[in-house]
Design a binder for this molecule. Structure first.
Ligand SMILES: Nc1ncnc2c1ncn2[C@@H]1O[C@H](COP(=O)(O)OP(=O)(O)OP(=O)(O)O)[C@@H](O)[C@H]1O
Length: 292
C-alpha cells in the first residue's frame, strides 16, 4: 500500500519551514530517513525520507495511523535499526547503535523482568551500564521510585503490580538513567482510559519538574495534543511528513475546550482527508513550529 495522497503530502510538507540559521543546534536530528524491512526478494518501506529536529526539553510527538512507521522511527533513533537512507544525529554525532543516552519505554507490561523486584528492575541498567555501583544504583532507584510514587513497592515483584504501576516502574527505570532523550512507544495504550489519563498527567508533572527531552509515539490525536509541545504528522504507510504543528498550549485541563476540539479536528483532516490541491492554512492553535 502506498501513501493515499502523495501530492498532498508534497504540498503539506512545505508547511515545515527550513531551519533558520542562528537557532540552537537541535539535540536530535532526523534527516531524510527512509526505513526498509525485508530481504533481497521482498522489501517493505516503513518510512520515506522523514526529517525532523528535536530540541532539548521538547516533548516531541510522532503521530500517524497504524503502520505509518512511528515505532520504526523510534527504534531507529534508539539505534535498534539502521536507516536505508538518510541519517540520525544525536548531539551532532551519528546514531549507529543503542546507547544509555536513549532509553525506551514500551507499551508492553512485560518489559520488566519478573524475577527482579521493582527496585532491582530500576537498578539493573544503572549497574549493567557500569554507571553506578550496586549501592549507588539502589539509592538512585529508590529516589526515582519515590518520584513516581512507588517507593513502598520497591521490594514487590512486577506480577503483583497493576498495568499503570508497571508503566511507572518502566518510567522510573528510564529516567534513572538520565538519558539525553526519553523514547516512549505508545506507553499508555494498553491502559484503561482513566489510568491512561492519570499517567499522562503524571508524565506532564514529571516533565514540569525535570524538563527532560521526550520523543513520544502515539496514534491518538488527543494524547498527542495533551502530551506534546510539537507534533509531527505522518501520512499512512509508508510514513512521510505531512506537517508539523505546535501544541504547547494544551494540557489535560484544556482537553475539553473548543480550541482543543478544533485542533483535534484539524489534525484529523490533515492526516486523513487532505486533497492534492489543498494547501493547509495554519490556525492559531496549529502554528508552524518556529524551532524547525
Ligand atoms: N521487523 C519488521 N519486519 C518487517 N516489517 C516490519 C517490521 N517492523 C515493522 N514493519 C513494517 O513496517 C511498517 C511500519 O510499522 P511500524 O510498527 O513502525 O508502524 P506504526 O506506525 O508504529 O504502527 P502501529 O501504530 O500499528 O504500531 C509496517 O508495514 C510494518 O509491517
Amino acid at each position: 500500500m502506498h501513501a493515499r495522497n502523495p501530492q498532498a503530502t508534497q504540498t503539506l510538507k512545505m508547511v515545515v519551514p527550513p531551519r533558520q540559521s542562528g537557532l540552537p543546534q537541535p539535540l536530535l536530528e532526523v534527516r531524510n530517513v527512509s526505513l526498509d524491512f525485508g530481504d533481497a526478494t521482498r522489501s517493505v518501506r516503513a518510512t520515506h525520507q522523514v526529517s525532523f529536529d528535536v530540541h532539548r526539553g521538547d516533548r516531541f510527538v510522532l503521530l500517524g495511523p497504524s503502520g505509518c512507521g512511528k515505532s520504526s522511527l523510534l527504534k531507529a533513533v534508539a539505534g535498534f535499526i539502521a536507516p536505508s537512507e538518510g541519517e540520525i544525529l544525536l548531539g551532532g554525532a551519528p546514531v549507529t547503535q543503542p546507547g544509555p543516552d536513549r532509553v525506551v519505554v514500551f507499551q508492553e507490561f512485560d518489559q520488566l523482568p519478573p524475577w527482579k523486584t521493582v527496585r532491582q528492575n530500576v537498578m539493573f541498567p544503572l549497574v549493567a551500564s557500569g554507571r553506578l555501583s550496586r549501592r549507588e544504583a539502589g539509592e538512585r532507584a529508590l529516589h526515582w521510585l519515590e518520584k513516581v510514587g512507588l517507593a513502598r513497592f520497591a521490594d514487590a515483584y512486577p506480577h503483583t503490580l497493576s498495568g499503570g504501576m508497571k508503566q511507572r516502574v518502566a518510567i522510573a527505570r528510564a529516567l534513572a538513567m538520565q538519558p539525553e532523550v526519553l523514547l516512549m512507544d505508545e506507553p499508555f495504550a494498553a491502559l484503561d482510559a482513566l489510568t491512561r489519563r492519570r499517567m499522562q498527567e503524571e508524565l506532564q508533572a514529571l516533565w514540569e519538574e525535570l524538563r527532560f527531552t521526550l520523543l513520544f509515539v502515539t496514534h491518538s490525536i488527543e494524547e498527542a495534543l495533551v502530551v506534546g509541545n510539537r507534533i509531527l504528522l505522518l501520512s499512512p504507510h509508508p510514513g512521510r511528513v505531512r506537517a508539523e504543528i505546535n501544541s504547547h498550549q494544551f494540557d489535560l485541563r484544556s482537553a475539553g475546550s473548543a480550541e482543543f476540539q478544533r485542533s483535534a479536528q484539524r489534525i484529523h483532516h490533515l492526516l486523513f482527508e487532505s486533497q492534492p490541491d489543498e494547501t493547509p492554512r495554519p490556525e492559531p492553535a496549529l502554528q508552524r513550529s518556529a524551532a524547525s
